[in-house]
Design a binder for this molecule. Structure first.
Ligand code: LUH
Length: 432
């Protein structure tokens, strides 16, 4: 990593007041992160004045990059009338209507301030609706920081269980009682999923699925697997929850529109907030009725000081309105170009590796093992070291991807930005 003196100085200052100088685990990278000064379009400038192409886009949330004019204007306009109230606003209703129009299964929606809260409230809604305690999730899938869904988010060969996954704590201190209410299944293996789920069928409130799980390899869920979980849930009175916090961007009608499966609940986040903090849970009216306070006490009360704050609602509406079907198609075409160009760079540099993903998302892997799921994608120490060196090699060549290998296309990008990514990747791979 080349010198970044102002970032280093800020980091040293931060370590005196923030644990490890950090307030978001994901953005820590050794020896220290680069600090941002400003973003414009698809570029971000760090505090040392170095400008780079931003393929992280705040972990895919900035689908329009930085400072999109109509999003900025919507925020500025709302600012003149206030940032938040202990009262609902028309901005909330307008974004709710927009999302319910676009998401086939969203009869009702409810906003939160993060994807984590959305997933937490979806799980709680499933428990309130079914009266059952357990949830099932895919090994290695990331669903935010709620205890139950953190189980087996990052298991290792030492503890993941053989032949079937064992619920493994992610955070130190996770109570065994939490793990006892989680059932873990492998991605894209209906037979194993059936074997694992069947004994718990009458205790399962929900099966939680990200159709394109980033940490499980950014590998698309297969039709047979999705058809299985859909049928299993329906046959056993369990709710199917699609976590589309990242994958909603795959299609104008979300990932469910692309995969052709209708979940009972969907969780959203990231792009629906136009760059401001957001989450949402949406789905069947009869299930979402657990949140309804109008008939006395809601079965599932849900607070949140900034839920549906009008700034986020206005930014989200502007961002979604600037994302018509043709914009999604264009993003997805650029994503395909990026995955192909990165694959060619690995080959040209003679470095073992591959690129996974779908739509406008990609993830690089420093091995050539067939990507069948979390365990195949699990990076060995030398592969993790190469990814870290690749991350810094790209940064030194003016390109940012996430330190865990994720990249996302934003609407200000075009073929030239994808070409710049490919050239920087070839240089970084050759320097490994
Ligand atoms: O708004 P958040 O961050 O609370 O939303 C949580 C969430 C829920 N569900 C899915 C499918 C998500 O992808 C996310 C959030 N972020 O995923 C992006 C990224 C990240 O921010 N951190 N994914 C990750 O695996 C890493 C975790 O690194 N520790």
């Amino acid at each position: 990593m080349s010198e970044a003196p102002r970032s280093k100085a800020l980091y040293d200052r931060a370590t005196r007041v923030l644990p490890g100088g950090n307030t978001r685990t994901t953005v820590f990278v050794a020896p220290h992160p680069l600090y941002a000064r400003a973003g414009h379009g698809c570029r971000v400038t760090d505090v040392d004045g170095v400008t780079r192409l931003d393929f992280v886009n705040n972990y895919t949330s900035l689908i329009h990059g930085h400072g999109h004019p109509t999003v900025t204007a919507a925020i500025a306009d709302q600012l003149t009338r206030g940032t938040c109230f202990a009262m609902p606003t028309e901005a909330e209703v307008a974004l709710a209507e927009l999302i319910c129009d676009r998401l086939p299964t969203a009869e009702r929606i409810r906003f939160t301030n993060s994807g984590t809260e959305a997933v937490m409230m979806a799980v709680k809604a499933a428990r309130a609706y079914t009266g059952r305690p357990k949830i099932a999730k895919v090994e290695g899938a990331y669903h935010g920081s709620y205890d139950f869904v953190e189980a087996s988010m990052a298991p290792s060969p030492e503890n993941w269980g053989e032949p079937d996954p064992t619920p493994v704590p992610y955070a130190k201190g996770t109570p065994q009682g939490v793990l006892d209410d989680v059932v873990v299944i492998p991605l894209n293996d209906p037979a194993a999923a059936e074997r694992i789920l069947a004994p718990h069928a009458d205790e399962l409130a929900a099966i939680l699925i990200d159709p394109l799980p980033f940490r499980a390899g950014l590998i698309p869920a297969q039709a047979a697997f999705l058809e299985f979980v859909r049928a299993f849930a329906r046959n056993h009175g369990t709710l199917l929850i699609f976590d589309e916090v990242i994958s909603f961007r795959l299609g104008y009608h979300g990932a469910q529109g692309v995969f052709g499966v209708e979940p009972d609940l969907t969780t959203l986040g990231k792009i629906i907030g136009g760059g401001l903090p957001v989450g949402a849970v949406a789905g069947r009216a009869d299930v979402m009725a657990v949140f309804d306070p109008s008939g006395g006490k809601a079965a599932l009360p849900h607070g949140g000081t900034f839920n549906a704050n009008p700034l986020t609602m206005a930014a989200g509406r502007a961002a979604m309105e600037a994302l018509p079907p043709e914009a999604i198609d264009r993003l997805n075409a650029l994503g395909a170009q990026a995955r192909a160009a990165l694959g060619e760079a690995f080959a040209a540099a003679g470095v073992p590796g591959q690129v996974s993903g779908m739509g406008s998302l990609f993830r690089v892997h420093f091995h050539a093992r067939p990507l069948t799921g979390y365990r195949a994608a699990y990076a060995h120490p030398e592969e993790r070291a190469r990814l870290q060196a690749f991350y810094w090699g790209l940064a030194e060549r003016g390109v940012l991807i996430s330190s865990d290998g994720l990249g996302a296309i934003s609407t200000p990008m075009g073929t030239s930005e994808v070409q710049a990514l490919a050239e920087a990747a070839l240089g970084a791979l050759r320097s490994l």
